[in-house]
Design a protein around this ligand. Sequence first.
Ligand SMILES: Cc1cc2nc3c(=O)[nH]c(=O)nc-3n(C[C@H](O)[C@H](O)[C@H](O)COP(=O)(O)OP(=O)(O)OC[C@H]3O[C@@H](n4cnc5c(N)ncnc54)[C@H](O)[C@@H]3O)c2cc1C
Length: 487
Amino acid sequence: MAASLHAGPKLARGMIGQTREVIALCRKFCDEVVRPRALEIDKKLHEDPDYLDWDFVKKANDWGFYTMWLPKAMGGGGYNFSSLSYAMEEIGSVCLAMANLIGVHYLGFGTLTASGNMRIMQKLCRETVLGRKNGDPCLITLAITEPGAGTDVEEVDLVDKAKLGCFAKRVEGGYIVNGSKVFISNGHLSKWHMLITYTDLKKPSESAVMMSIPNGLKGFSFGRHEKKMGQRACPASELLFDDCFVPDEYVALDNRVKQKFSRSQKEMTQQMIDYVVSPSRAAVGAFGTGAARGAYEAAFKFASETVVDGELYVNHEWVQSWLAEMHKNVTLSRLVYTETNYANSLWGLYKDLHFEPMFSIMRRTPAFLSQKLFGSFLGKPGATEFMRERMFNDQSVCHQCRTSGLASAAKFTGTDYGVKNCQMALMLMGGAGVRQDRGAEKILRDAKLLQIYEGTNQLNRLNLFKCLIACGCKDACVFEEKEGGAA
Ligand SMILES: Cc1cc2nc3c(=O)[nH]c(=O)nc-3n(C[C@H](O)[C@H](O)[C@H](O)COP(=O)(O)OP(=O)(O)OC[C@H]3O[C@@H](n4cnc5c(N)ncnc54)[C@H](O)[C@@H]3O)c2cc1C
C-alpha cells in the first residue's frame, strides 16, 4: 500500500502550515538572492573555476538556511524535514548549484544523524548555530566517494569489489587515516566533513567507520576542485588524508558500536547507508523536479512572448501539447518525492517526528525551553544509546526496503524528468534555448549532474528492483555475480 495512505491520515496538521511557510521564504530568497546572481556566478566560474561563492553562503547563512532544519533542542529552527525537499525544489527551480550549496549541508548532517551519535550532533549543531549568529557559516559535507569507487560505495553488495584506497588504522585513542576522497560537494566551503572510511579494505562492507573531520586537523587538507559542466557554484572538492590522526572524540560510528546490535556488520552498514540516502535521494528527486519546473517555466515564458508564423507560439497545438507533457513531468516528480517523504516519516530517519504528539511538543515548546529541557541530556551517553536503539533495532528489514526503494524511485524519476524537460525546453526554444543569457542551457548542464550523484540512476533502478521487486521471484538475483560472468 502507498506510504501516503498509511501516513496521510496520521500526519500532524501543523506540517502543512510549516511547509507553506518554508516555500514562501524560499520564493522570497530566490527573488532577492538567487535569481539576480545565478547566471552571473555561473559565467564567473566558467572564467575562474576556482572561485568560491562565499557571498552566497553568507547570505544563505544570514537567512537561516543552514540552521532551519536542525533540531530545536540543539538550537536549530526545528522545521520538519519533509519541507526541506520542497525548499530544494523551489531554489532548484531557479539555480540547482545554489540549492545544492544549502542541501549538501543537510546531507552531511543527515549522515551524522544516521550514526545516532548525539554528542557529536550536538557539538556540530552548536557550532552551526553559533556560525549563524556570528555571520561565520559552519557547513558540513559527506565524504564517501573515492577516485576508484563511486557507485560501489553506496551498496554493500558492491563495495567489497570496489577499488578503495582510503583506509583507517585503529591505534590507541583513535584512528590514523590515509587516502583521499573526491567530488565532495561544498568541501572547500565547509568546516566539518563526515568521512566514511574502512578498517579492512578487503571487507569494507563489514568495517565501515564514520568520523567527523574538522578543518585544520593535522594530516587533513584540501586538494583540487573538479572542473564540472554544471552546478559550477557548488565546488566538488578533493579531501586528502596523510597520516591523519582522528581521536575517538570525533568517531561517530565504528564496529565497536555496531557489534552490540543483533544485525551483522554488513547489514548495519547497509542500514546506515539507507538512513543517509533515503532522505537525500528524495531531496535530489526534488532538485530534479526543480530542474523540470525551471525548464518548463523558461519554455512557457518563451512561448508566451514569441510569435511564430504570425501566431503566438503558445497557440500552436504542438507547443501546447509539449507544455502539457512538461507540466505532467513536474507533477509526477513531485508526487514521487512526496511519497518518499511519507515513507521516511513512517519508517526512516524522521520516524515519529512528523506525527502527534511529537510534532506539536517540538513545535510548541519555545526554543530556549527545548534546549534547557533536552539540551543537557543530549550530550550524555544515554541519549546516544536511546537513539541507536530506536534507529538500528526498531526498523524492520521490510520497512528499510520500502523506504530505500521509494527513495531510489524519487531520485531517478525526478532527475530523469528534470533532464527530459530541459531537452524539451531547448527544442521548443530553438536557438534562444542554447543562448547563455536565456538560462535554459544552464539548467540542462546543471540537471545532467543530478543523474549521477546520490548513486547513478542505473544503480538506483537496480536498488528499486532489489528492494521492491526481487522478493516476488525466488530466483531473482541482483548485485550478485552470475555464473560465467566477467571475473
Ligand atoms: C556534482 C557531483 C557532486 C558529488 N557530490 C558528492 C559528495 O558530496 N560526496 C560524495 O561522497 N560523493 C559525491 N559525488 C560522487 C557521486 O556520488 C559519484 O560520482 C557517483 O556515485 C558515481 O560514481 P562514479 O562517478 O565513480 O561512477 P562509476 O561508479 O565509475 O560508474 C560509471 C558507470 O557505471 C555504472 N555502474 C557502476 N557499477 C555498476 C553496477 N554494479 N551495475 C550496473 N552499472 C554500474 C554506473 O551507473 C555509471 O553509469 C558527487 C558527484 C558529482 C558528479
